[in-house]
Design a protein around this ligand. Structure first.
Ligand code: ARG
Ligand code: ZN
Length: 881
């Protein structure tokens, strides 16, 4: 593993390779500990490259057993193998030549799960970003595209299935109980999209007829016996394929599309050409074992990886700085897909909740970086919520600024102009400029400036003149490496609501460009006047969260309540309620910290209860309304000197008030939204369950007894209701005998189902309060805990650190010391997993002094660790800087 480092890669240093790779033939002879790989690569010198430039190929912990030049052993003087780099000199100025590299790989020992590894007896690969170089020396960079032929030889008995990218060429016996298969992928691709899978798996098969009438075979491979649990994923895949044709005009381009589900995987999934590899958590589902949230995730991730076929594979990235070119765009596409499959407003609320709770803290802390960074030390650490989710928001803003029609023309131009390319963000943006004639240079700052812009707004109304004025001031906070910022182009969807329920139609608007319902902020300070306004309007700003910003607008509470009850945009309604709730929760936290009184504005509880009880609104929306801003949301709003115990105490006090005031309504919602008789994962049913379980949460507070949740647990006929009831029991009544019984019943029933046992660990690791750490430590001793399975480690250790604010941020610092211990233990085996979990401390500087001192010490303990991976040392150093 690379413990080297300090080496920084800069965008400015990009240059193309000196040689062009024309094709590669790979042969794998699979063995658990001694897999032989032979790679034959055909090169020629690039036109214009220096005639004496050597061929420099990347490796990582390789064991090279042979090196040939045009089929003959390479003379020792002509190459060096040093620091994970193979350098070959004295190569021809013109004409093609062949380099053959033999390596021996130990898949069984590959615990970092990058390159070729084994999981539950299955051989599989993960090559993005730089895993291919753990298989063989290669131009392991996304701008080197070529066609691949892959031959796989393996034991027939244990590996009846031999898969790689592209189309199946043929197979045969191979003597001594072995067999072989050959695959050819006609689409030139970079090495990070290579995949190989071999083993004994069950399959679900289906087919899809594309828009031009081609029949595509669809196969999802899962462990034997789990085939029925892949049905929903298959359905989601077919819907994704159809949607990409209907909405983006994109057709699939091979005869076969395969998905393989594995149980040891560092990330969610991987879009290898024609052969996606998935964390099985995002494939397997049935009503008894998967929650509505699991179903929604599966749908989104199946779509995401499928959509990469065009945004990522057909058009890939020139270098890893351009990661958002494929990830931000593809997240945007999967968000749109889910919005079309479900309730658009509810989907948007969930997206924004996620963005604010994950990306905003990243952007406000020591790990902040631009959507398109300019330097990195460890690329694995840039698969971040900023690149993915903020990257998606930036794409969404292009659509907002251009409007649907021009956005579509820009996308079409992008597909047409860059198909087959390794492109850049500049290429992408240029397509929208060319399609629309609009200058997007200021807009492009969204790719380059880190930090969440803060827009402060004030308003004034001149009744006599009928003029309404909005004054804006924008500020982008400093972030690491970027102290001064330029003003951004911020598109704000807005409306001016009149008392009679209509929207004002201003006679004239001055001071900003307005297109349709979008107001374009472009200056540091901007005053916008609206004339011809009859009465003082209620402003609704940033409808649909058209720009990913923090908005400070001191609106009268009554105005917010009006928006919450009447806006035509349901996202804006949710946002308004949030804007009523957050200051209340922050105040409550201050009160709790100062042991003062906690006052709760009656308007908050009343509006919440009124919206929750409004039967004209869809249940999923009402459930979102009932989920108050989280403790993490309050911490972010609080902004510094945070005391998680006080934040929780304050929020609990608000919950109490709502729970008691609304008890009658919640009991009714609980009874009326029971989905009986056969589970279906559709959005409407999921919404009813969400509303019912939100009501259960409040009832547990109002009633102060576990009885109702215990009964709900006993009678639940699906995993959504079962796990919701168990969560209420565990989090509200951790010491009740009913809770112990329920936890044990759950464990016994699902002991052989890893994904469900992950839930069992997560529910317990998020029980709030001081005792959480001891509970987590005890759970680590459970025979069900498995250190080498990333899902299990994330479910227990990751969830504790990320999602248990009071338990993890214990005032005595024991939570941080525990994390340091864990990071140092995980790192040597799986650096990516360790680095990811470590980012749970990204907001440590916003903690009050006692805690932040403990946090700093824990980070220093990690930094002082011996032989840290580049993944962990990069994160810990940036956090301490
Ligand atoms: N491209 C994958 C996706 O669909 C993520 C792969 C990330 N892998 C990694 N080692 N960082 O988003
Ligand atoms: Zn992706």
């Amino acid at each position: 593993m690379r413990t080297e480092s300090g080496r920084i890669i800069n965008l400015a240093d990009y240059r193309p390779t000196d040689f062009v790779l024309e094709r590669v033939d790979l042969t794998f002879e699979l063995d658990p500990t001694e897999t032989k790989c032979t790679s034959r690569m055909l090169f020629h010198r690039r036109e214009g490259a220096a005639t004496d430039a050597p061929l420099v190929l990347d490796g990582d912990e390789l064991n090279m057993t042979g090196l040939l030049y045009d089929g003959m052993p390479m003379e020792a003087e002509r190459f060096t193998e040093e620091d994970d780099v193979l350098t070959i000199r004295e190569l021809p100025e013109t004409g093609s030549f062949e380099i053959t590299v033999d390596t021996v790989i130990n898949p069984e020992a590959n615990t970092q799960l990058m390159g070729l590894y084994r999981t539950n007896g299955i051989y599989c690969t993960q090559c993005e970003a730089e895993g291919f170089r753990r298989i063989t020396y290669f131009y392991d960079r996304p701008d080197v595209l070529c066609v691949y032929t892959v031959n796989i030889i393996a034991d027939k008995e244990s590996c009846p299935l031999l898969l790689s990218n592209g189309n199946f060429l043929g197979g045969a016996g191979y003597g001594e109980g072995k067999h072989f298969a050959a695959w050819f992928d006609p689409h030139p691709k970079p090495s990070y999209l290579f995949a190989l899978v071999a083993g004994d798996l069950g399959v679900v098969e289906d087919s899809f007829t594309t828009m031009s009438g081609r029949e595509v075979v669809l196969k999802i491979y899962v462990e034997h016996g789990k085939e029925p649990r892949a049905a929903y994923a298959m359905d989601a895949l077919k819907r994704s394929m159809k949607w990409d044709e209907d909405v983006f005009g994109r057709e699939y381009d091979l005869d076969i599309f395969m998905i393989v589900a594995v149980s040891d995987f560092n990330m969610g999934a991987m879009e290898n050409k024609g052969l996606n590899v998935f964390n099985d958590k995002y494939v397997l589902a049935d009503p008894d074992t998967a929650t509505d949230a699991d179903y929604a995730n599966i749908e989104a991730i199946i779509a995401h990886e499928y959509f990469h076929n065009w945004t990522g594979n057909r058009i890939t990235c020139r270098d890893w700085f351009q990661l958002c070119l494929k990830e931000g765009l593809t997240v945007y596409r999967d968000h749109e897909f889910s919005a079309d499959q479900r309730s658009r407003a509810v989907k948007r609320i969930a997206e924004v909740r996620h963005l604010k709770s994950e990306q905003f803290p990243e952007d406000a802390g020591p790990l902040a970086h631009p959507v398109r960074p300019t330097k990195y030390r460890e690329i694995n650490n840039f698969y971040t919520t900023t690149v993915y989710e903020k990257g998606s928001e930036v794409t969404r803003m292009i659509a907002t600024i251009l409007g649907a029609e021009l956005f579509k023309q820009g996308m079409d131009l992008y597909f047409e102009r860059h198909d087959g390319d390794a492109a850049t963000i500049e290429d992408f943006v240029k397509c929208f400029e060319d399609a629309s004639g609009r200058d997007l240079s200021q807009f492009s700052l969204w790719y380059h400036q880190a930090g969440t812009p803060l827009v402060t707004v004030s308003s004034a109304f001149d009744q006599a003149k009928g003029v309404f004025t909005l004054s804006f001031e924008q500020m982008v906070p400093p972030t690491p490496g970027q102290s001064a910022k330029e003003p951004m182009h911020i598109p704000l969807r807005f409306g001016l609501l009149l008392a009679d329920g209509t929207e004002a139609q201003p006679r004239a608007i001055e001071g900003a460009e307005v297109t349709g319902d979008v107001l374009h902020l472009t200056k540091r300070q901007q005053t916008v006047t609206f004339s011809g306004i009859p009465t003082r309007p209620v402003v609704t700003l940033n409808r649909g969260f058209s720009a990913p910003i923090n908005l400070h607008f001191e609106q009268p509470l009554a105005d917010l309540a009006h928006v919450a009850r009447h806006d035509s945009d349901f996202f804006a309604r949710w946002q308004a309620l949030n804007d009523i709730a957050l200051p209340n929760l922050v105040e409550a936290a201050r009160g709790a910290r100062n042991a003062g009184e906690i006052a709760v504005d009656p308007l908050l509880a009343d509006t919440l209860i009124a919206v929750a009880g409004d039967e004209t609104l869809e249940p999923a929306f009402r459930a979102q309304i009932l989920a108050l801003p989280s403790e993490a949301d309050v911490a972010r709003e609080h902004g510094g000197n945070n005391d998680p115990d006080a934040i929780r105490a304050g929020r609990e006090a608000v919950l109490e008030v709502v729970a008691h005031k609304g008890a009658e309504l919640f009991a009714a919602l609980f009874d009326r939204n029971h989905t009986r008789g056969g589970f279906t994962p559709d959005a409407a049913s999921a919404g009813k369950r969400a509303l019912r379980n939100a009501a259960l949460g409040y009832l547990a507070i109002a009633e102060g007894r576990p009885d109702r949740a215990a009964k709900a647990f006993e009678t639940a006929d699906n995993m959504t209701d079962l796990s919701a009831a168990l969560t209420v029991l565990a989090h509200r009544f951790p010491d009740a005998p009913q809770t112990a019984e329920a936890l044990e019943a759950f464990r016994a029933r699902f002991a052989d189902n890893a994904l469900v046992i992950d839930k069992w660990f997560s529910i317990q690791s998020t029980i709030p309060g001081y005792g959480a750490l001891d509970r987590v430590r005890a759970l680590m001793e459970s025979p069900l805990f498995n250190r080498s399975n990333p899902n299990r480690v994330r479910a227990l250790v990751g969830t504790f650190a990320f999602s248990n604010p009071t338990g993890f941020n214990r005032a005595d610092g024991a939570g941080y010391r525990f994390l340091a211990e864990q990071i140092l233990e995980i790192d040597p085996k799986n650096p990516q997993l360790a680095a990811r979990i470590l980012t749970s401390m990204r907001s440590w500087r916003a903690l009050e002094d006692v805690r932040s001192d403990h946090a700093r010490n824990a980070l220093r303990t990690i930094a002082a660790g011996e032989k840290l991976s580049s993944d962990v040392s990069d994160i810990v150093e940036r956090m301490l800087k």
